[in-house]
Design a protein. Structure first.
Length: 435
C-alpha cells in the first residue's frame, strides 16, 4: 500500500490522503492497531494535508504575482513592490508588520512580521525577496507553465520559499493554531549580495528565537532525489595580503629598489598550502595587483584570497598560520608584508540539534510517503549562517520549493513539491510548538 511514490503528482497525494484517512479510522477503532501502525509510519494529519492541497492554486497565483515583479538586489523599486506584496499577505495571516531599511547596499526594505501565541516556543521563518537578475529579465525569460514546471526568474530562489512560508502561515492561522510564544518572519532584500545590510539583524533576531526555519529552495528531481533539507553551508572569508617595497628606476638603479611583486609572489607560494593542514577551511589566492609603471621596481603589491569555512573557528587557525608563515622569513630584504582575514557570511552548521529537527521533518515527509534527504554541507553560502552564527537557535535550511536553474537560466519550480512542502512546514511548526 505504501510503495514509494516516485511520481508524487497531486493525484497520487490525493489517493494517499484518502487511504491514510481510511487507515486512520480503522486504527482509531482499534487502539492496538494504532500503536502498531505508528511504530512503522504515522498517518498524516488529514486536516493539514487537505488544507495544503486546497492552498496549491493560491500558492501558484502568489508565485506568479511575485515573479512578475522584477526584484534584482539593486532594483529598489521592485524590492519595495515585493515588500508590499509579502507584507499584505502577512497581515492577512494575522501578523503585525514592520519595515526596516537595510543598513547597507541598495537601501531597500526588510519586512518583519510578528504574531504572539499562547505557547512556549519562539520560532522565526526567513527568506529573501531579491534575485540575481538584471532589469528586463522577464523579456527573455518570461513566467511560463510547462507540465509539472513553472518557469520564471527568481521563482525557486527565493520566491518559491516565500510563497510556501506565506501559505503555510495562512493555513495555520485559519486552523486557529496558536501553540507558540512568538512567530517571527524576516524577509530581506539583499541575500544575493551577501546580506550586507541585513546579516547582522538576522543574527541578532535569530538569537532571540528557539528555532529558525530558512526557506531557500531545495533541489529539483533532475538534480537530486528526496527534496533535501540542508544542514550546512560553507562560510566565506577573504584574505588580503599586502607588501610594501621600495620604488626605484628599473633601468638606471634597480638595485636601489625592493620589489614588492617578487615578495608577494614568494609569500603567496609560501602560504598556498597552509589551509590544507587545517580541517574545515580552504584558501585560494585568486587576485594579485601591483603598482606600476613598467619602468619602476614595484613599490606595492596586493593579493586577495578566497576562503571557505566549513568548521567554526577554522578561519582563526588559518589566520594564525598565515601570520606565523609571513613572520618566518622573506625573499626580499627590507620589504614589509601584512595579511588579514575578514569573515563575510558565516558558515552554517546545523549541528546535532539541527539534525534532530531535520529528522522530525523526515518523519513528517514519510507520513505522506515521500523521502526527504538531509544534505550535510554545500559550498554555497546562505543566511542560515547568520541565523546560526552564535549557535543559540536551532536552524535548518531549504524549506522552499524544489527547483533548478537558479543563478543561471530557465529557473523553474516543480508544482508537485508545493503540497508536500506546505504539509511539511505546517506539520513541523505544530510539532515545534509542542516542544
Ligand atoms: Zn536564495
Amino acid at each position: 500500500m505504501l510503495a514509494p511514490a516516485i511520481h508524487s503528482d497531486k493525484k497520487t497525494i490525493m489517493t494517499l490522503h484518502s487511504s491514510f484517512l481510511a487507515l486512520r479510522s480503522v486504527s482509531l477503532a482499534c487502539g492496538l492497531a494504532l500503536g502498531a501502525a505508528t511504530a512503522v509510519q504515522a498517518a498524516p494529519d488529514a486536516r493539514l494535508l487537505a488544507a495544503a492541497e486546497k492552498a496549491q492554486p493560491a500558492v501558484i497565483d502568489n508565485l506568479k504575482e511575485m515573479v512578475l515583479i522584477e526584484s534584482g538586489s539593486l532594483n529598489v523599486d521592485g524590492l519595495l513592490k515585493m515588500a508590499d506584496v509579502v507584507e499584505g499577505r502577512l497581515k492577512a495571516a494575522g501578523f503585525k508588520t514592520e519595515r526596516r531599511k537595510a543598513t547597507a547596499g541598495a537601501g531597500a526594505d526588510l519586512v518583519i512580521g510578528t504574531v504572539k501565541g499562547t505557547g512556549k516556543r519562539k520560532i522565526m521563518l526567513q527568506g529573501h525577496m531579491d534575485t540575481v537578475y538584471a532589469p528586463g529579465i522577464l523579456n527573455s525569460q518570461p513566467y511560463k507553465v510547462d507540465g509539472n514546471r513553472i518557469y520564471g526568474p527568481g521563482i525557486a530562489d527565493d520566491k518559491g520559499g516565500l510563497a510556501v512560508m506565506l501559505a503555510s502561515l495562512k493555513i495555520l492561522a485559519d486552523a486557529g493554531w496558536r501553540d507558540y510564544d512568538t512567530l517571527t518572519v524576516l524577509m530581506n532584500p539583499d541575500e544575493e549580495v551577501g546580506s550586507v545590510g541585513s546579516g547582522e539583524l538576522i543574527a541578532t533576531m535569530a538569537d532571540q528565537h528557539d528555532t529558525v526555519l530558512s526557506f531557500e529552495p531545495t533541489a529539483a528531481k533532475s538534480v537530486a532525489k528526496g527534496e533535501p533539507l540542508l544542514l550546512g553551508a560553507a562560510g566565506i572569508a577573504q584574505a588580503t595580503m599586502e607588501v610594501k617595497g621600495r620604488a626605484a628606476h628599473a633601468g638606471a638603479a634597480p638595485e636601489l629598489g625592493r620589489n614588492a611583486l617578487y615578495e608577494l609572489s614568494y609569500q603567496m607560494l609560501q602560504t598556498k598550502d597552509l589551509a590544507k593542514e587545517i580541517p574545515g577551511v580552504t584558501l585560494n589566492w585568486t587576485v594579485a595587483r601591483a603598482t606600476g609603471p613598467i619602468n619602476q621596481i614595484t613599490e606595492k603589491a596586493q593579493a586577495l584570497g578566497d576562503i571557505r569555512i566549513t568548521q567554526p573557528g577554522a578561519e582563526k587557525k588559518l589566520n594564525e598560520a598565515l601570520q606565523a608563515k609571513i613572520a618566518a622569513g622573506k625573499l626580499i630584504p627590507d620589504t614589509e608584508t601584512t595579511v588579514k582575514v575578514e569573515v563575510g557570511r558565516p558558515a552554517f552548521i546545523a549541528g546535532d540539534k539541527g539534525r534532530a529537527l531535520a529528522e522530525k521533518a523526515q518523519a513528517i515527509y514519510k507520513e505522506i510517503d515521500r523521502d526527504l534527504v538531509l544534505t550535510p554541507m554545500t559550498g554555497g553560502g546562505t543566511d542560515a549562517g547568520y541565523a546560526g552564527r552564535s549557535d543559540k537557535a536551532t536552524v535548518v535550511e531549504s524549506f522552499g520549493l524544489a527547483g533548478f536553474g537558479y543563478h543561471a537560466r530557465d529557473e523553474y519550480i516543480e508544482i508537485d513539491s508545493i503540497v508536500p512542502r506546505l504539509y511539511l512546514v505546517t506539520r513541523l511548526l505544530t510539532e515545534i510548538g509542542k516542544q
